[in-house]
Design a protein around this ligand. Structure first.
Ligand SMILES: Cc1cc2nc3c(=O)[nH]c(=O)nc-3n(C[C@H](O)[C@H](O)[C@H](O)COP(=O)(O)OP(=O)(O)OC[C@H]3O[C@@H](n4cnc5c(N)ncnc54)[C@H](O)[C@@H]3O)c2cc1C
Length: 434
C-alpha cells in the first residue's frame, strides 16, 4: 500500500471546509490538516438580509468545531509563511507543517486603510457596512430620518459584487415603509459604468433603479471619507470600458456632469482640487478589499497580490502541488460562495487524480459564479454567469417554477432566504456536490 498522502488546507471558510469534507468523502485515506484560527464560521451571504432586519445575525454563525469534517485535523493557528520549494508552511506560533499537496483558501482581507479616513469613519460608526457589521447597518437604516442616503463601493475587487446595491434596494423599501423616502435622495456611486456586468440582469436592474428613483453616479472612485463633516470624496476615473448602459434622462441644463450620471438628483456636492465630495446623511459601503497580508507577502501571488492560479485547473501557476480557490484566488470572475461551489470539485478532483494517477483530472472550472440580487423585500433577480459573462441560468430553476431568473421573482427571494442557507450547511459544508 502506498503512503498516506498529506494535504494541508489553509482557511476554514466556505472553500476550505468544502474542500476538506469532499476530499475526505471521496478518499478517506488522505490525511488532511486544516489550519484555521477562528472558532466561528459565518454564512456571509445572508448578512444582506441581516442588514435589512429580515434574518437573525446569530443564525448566520455556527461554531467551527461543529462543521469541521470528521477525520480532518484542525490546526487552530494562523498560516504565516510559505516555503513552497520545501513544501512547508510556518504558523504564527512558529510551528512548521509539511505537505504533499497544499490548498490555499484564506479568503480576503477587508482593507479600509486603502481609503483615507475610512477606518476612522467605520470605527466611529459614521458609515455602515454589511461586510463588517450588518447589525449596525440595520441600526442606521432604522434610525434614518431622511436626507442623502449614499451607497457606494470601492475600486478594488470585492466579494459578492452585487452586495453594495442589494442593501440599497432593501433600504429604499424600508424608507418607504417608515415614511422618510419622500424626503430622501438615494445615490449609488460606483467606479464602473454599468450597474452589473451581465446584460439581461443589468436591464432588469435599470428598471428597478427607475422604479425606485435612484441616482447612479458612474466612474466615482472613493478616495477619502471625512467622518466629521460626513462627506465622501471621489475622483472621477473615466477609463473604464464603456458598455453602452449609461442613459441620461433629464434635460441637459439640469445636470452637472450628465455623461457620468443617471437620473440626476440635486444632492449637496462640494468640488475641490478635482475631487467631488458628496455630503451624506447616511452611507453604506463595501470597504476596499485585498488578499490577506501573508498571501500578498508570499512568493505565490500575481503582481496585483492575489493568489496566482490557472483559471481552469485552479493549480498554482508555478508550484504544481499547490492549488488555490475562493476569494483569495486571482480569477477573472466574481468572488462568491456560489463560485466556490463549482471550484471545489475541480480542486478535489485534481488533487485526488494526481495522488492516484499522477496527472490532473479532466474537469475544469468555467468561471461559474452567481449573484442573488435582492431588489426589495420579497423580490430577487438571480445572476448566473461564467468567464464570458454570458447569462447561464441553472436549468433546475424551472423545478422551482422560475422561468426567467433575470426578472424579479418572490420565489427567488425565498431561495435566498431559506433554500440557499439550507444547501450551504447541509450540502456544501458536508462536501456534497450541488
Ligand atoms: C455582505 C456579503 C454578502 C455576500 N453575498 C453573497 C451571496 O449572496 N452569494 C454568494 O455566493 N456569496 C456571497 N458573499 C461572498 C461569500 O461569502 C464569499 O465569497 C465566501 O465566503 C468566500 O469563501 P472563502 O473560503 O474564500 O473565504 P471565507 O469564507 O471568508 O473564509 C476564509 C477563512 O480563512 C481563515 N483565515 C484567514 N487568515 C488565515 C490564516 N492566516 N491562516 C489560516 N486561516 C486563515 C479565516 O478565519 C476564514 O475562516 C457575500 C459576502 C458578504 C460579506
Amino acid at each position: 500500500m502506498s503512503k498516506h498522502h498529506q494535504v494541508l488546507v489553509i482557511g476554514g471558510g466556505t472553500a476550505g471546509i468544502m474542500v476538506a469534507s469532499m476530499m475526505k468523502k471521496k478518499n478517506p485515506k488522505v490525511a488532511i490538516g486544516l489550519m484555521e484560527p477562528s472558532e466561528k464560521h459565518f454564512y456571509q451571504p445572508i448578512w444582506t438580509l441581516v442588514g435589512a432586519n429580515d434574518f437573525d445575525y446569530d443564525k448566520s454563525m455556527r461554531p467551527m468545531a461543529s462543521i469541521m469534517p470528521k477525520g480532518v485535523t484542525w490546526i487552530k493557528d494562523y498560516a504565516e509563511k510559505f516555503d513552497p520549494k520545501a513544501n512547508k508552511v510556518t504558523s504564527r506560533e512558529g510551528n512548521e507543517y509539511t505537505y504533499d499537496y497544499l490548498v490555499v483558501a484564506p479568503g480576503l482581507k477587508i482593507a479600509p486603510d486603502l481609503v483615507e479616513g475610512l477606518a476612522e469613519a467605520m470605527d466611529k460608526g459614521v458609515v455602515c457596512s454589511n461586510y463588517t457589521d450588518p447589525k449596525h447597518t440595520w441600526e442606521v437604516l432604522k434610525n434614518f430620518k431622511g436626507g442623502t442616503a449614499l451607497f457606494t463601493q470601492p475600486a478594488t475587487p470585492i466579494k459578492c459584487g452585487g452586495a453594495p446595491q442589494k442593501i440599497m434596494y432593501l433600504a429604499d423599501d424600508h424608507f418607504n415603509k417608515i415614511g422618510v423616502r419622500n424626503k430622501t435622495d438615494i445615490i449609488f456611486a460606483m467606479p464602473g459604468n454599468v450597474i452589473f456586468g451581465v446584460k439581461p440582469v443589468a436591464k432588469t436592474l435599470m428598471e428597478v433603479i427607475d422604479r425606485k428613483d435612484i441616482n447612479i453616479r458612474f466612474y466615482h472612485k472613493l478616495v477619502k471619507v471625512d467622518a466629521e463633516k460626513q462627506i465622501a470624496w471621489y475622483e472621477i476615473v473615466k477609463e473604464a470600458i464603456s458598455d453602452g448602459c449609461v442613459v441620461v434622462k433629464k434635460e441637459e441644463g439640469d445636470i452637472v456632469d450628465k455623461d457620468i450620471q443617471y437620473n440626476y438628483k440635486d444632492a449637496k456636492v462640494t468640488e475641490e482640487e478635482g475631487r467631488i465630495g458628496i455630503h451624506f446623511d447616511m452611507m453604506h459601503l463595501a470597504p476596499p478589499q485585498q488578499a490577506p497580508d501573508f498571501i500578498r507577502n508570499s512568493p505565490l501571488v500575481t503582481e496585483a497580490g492575489w493568489l496566482s492560479v490557472d483559471s481552469g485547473t485552479l493549480q498554482h501557476t508555478e508550484f504544481s502541488n499547490i492549488f488555490g480557490l475562493g476569494d483569495v484566488a486571482d480569477l477573472p470572475t466574481a468572488k462568491t460562495g456560489a463560485a466556490i461551489r463549482k471550484q471545489v470539485p475541480v480542486v478535489v478532483g485534481n488533487i485526488l487524480h494526481l495522488i492516484e494517477n499522477d496527472s490532473l483530472a479532466s474537469k475544469t472550472y468555467n468561471g461559474y459564479s452567481s449573484c442573488p440580487l435582492v431588489t426589495g423585500y420579497g423580490k430577487m433577480v438571480l445572476a448566473e454567469f461564467d468567464y464570458s459573462k454570458s447569462f447561464t441560468p441553472d436549468p433546475k430553476l424551472k423545478q422551482l417554477l422560475i422561468s426567467d431568473s433575470s426578472k424579479e421573482h418572490w420565489r427567488l427571494y425565498m431561495l435566498k432566504k431559506y433554500m440557499l442557507p439550507y444547501l450551504y450547511w447541509n450540502k456544501m459544508m458536508k462536501g456534497i456536490e450541488v
